[in-house]
Design a protein around this ligand. Structure first.
Ligand code: HEM
Length: 276
């Protein structure tokens, strides 16, 4: 068994995240025929996964509000042709009559010529992602499973852009000008909050987030793949101020509107291997 092939490669030019809720009669049988390639990542929510390592997204409501909108199935379609994605999505949904769509967000790469894309704030997102063997170790359990935490964040870029450049850099903890990490960044700086090696155990995740922009708003679809859900939870708890009362500076201009965990089963012969 091997990991789903769409998880490790960098983000494509287009992505579509479709989250679905199972009707009472739904089962995973419908997924058995799906061809899994680089263009499709499938995640299964805790209700249907039959895998104790995936459980419902834990909402946090303390200094900031982090909602849980746990669903039962995620399809992440990816590619460089938005038309291919739309027609493949239609065919997949036709094959899933026992599921109903609860959220669909179209993502895109900002900076198509860059190795790593940008967030809509203009800052490079993904610089400190683990690479090579370290990426595999961070993202996958020994059997090739991966555990995905997915959150749609909505930005208020007018608020962000109204701040002086130095204050924007303080929020991220990196300089926009050259993407250098700032040694004197404040404690609330995002990359100080989330410095992966500063946790015990270290909290490395493989981030594969994509910006989104629609009539209703704009922001980032944040996607973290891990060998378990624990590294993501450690990062998010510290961002929320649960450790020391210091809230991540990001919350000054953005907040999550959804949150769900999924098990991404490994594949065998191009098909999902659905028994954990
Ligand atoms: C709107 C939401 C978010 C935005 C705009 C954002 C943006 C960024 C940016 C610009 C960086 C610096 C470059 C890089 O290393 O990628 C970064 C780093 C990072 N972010 Fe986020 N992020 C968001 C949410 C999150 C969340 C929810 C988590 C985890 C719970 C997270 C975890 C990380 C980690 C682990 C790093 C690397 C830190 C390091 O080890 O240096 N981010 N993010």
């Amino acid at each position: 068994m091997t990991p789903q092939p769409g998880i490790l490669p960098g983000i494509p030019n287009y992505g579509r995240y479709i989250e679905l809720r199972a009707k009472p009669e739904a089962s995973l049988k419908a997924l058995e025929g799906f061809k899994i390639d680089e263009g499709l990542v499938v995640g299964i929510g805790p209700r249907l996964a039959g895998n104790d390592a995936v459980y419902g997204f834990k909402a946090i409501s303390c200094l900031v509000d982090i909602p849980s909108t746990q669903a039962d199935l995620l399809l992440w379609l990816r590619g460089n042709d938005a038309g291919d994605i739309a027609s493949r999505a239609r065919r997949l949904l036709q094959a899933l009559p026992d599921f109903e769509v609860v959220r669909m967000v179209n993502g895109f790469k900002f900076g198509v010529d860059l190795e790593t894309g940008l967030d809509l704030s203009g800052y490079e997102d993904g610089t400190e992602n683990p690479k090579g063997d370290a990426a595999t170790a961070a993202a996958f359990a020994p059997d090739g499973s991966s555990f995905l935490s997915l959150q749609v964040w909505e930005h208020d870029l007018a608020t962000f852009e109204a701040r002086p450049q130095a204050a924007q850099d303080d929020i991220i903890g990196r300089r926009l000008r050259d993407n250098e990490e700032m040694e004197d960044a404040p404690e609330f700086a995002h990359v100080k909050r989330t410095a992966q090696e500063s946790f015990t155990p270290e909290a490395f995740v493989l981030r594969r987030s994509m910006p989104w922009s629609e009539a209703g708003g704009e922001g980032l679809v944040f996607a973290a793949f891990g060998h378990s859900l624990a590294p993501f939870e450690a990062l998010l708890n510290r961002m929320a101020g649960a450790e020391d009362g210091i809230v991540d500076g990001l919350f000054a201009f953005t907040h999550p509107v959804s949150g769900a965990n999924y098990w991404c089963p490994p594949v065998a012969s191009g098909k999902l291997s659905l028994t954990p």
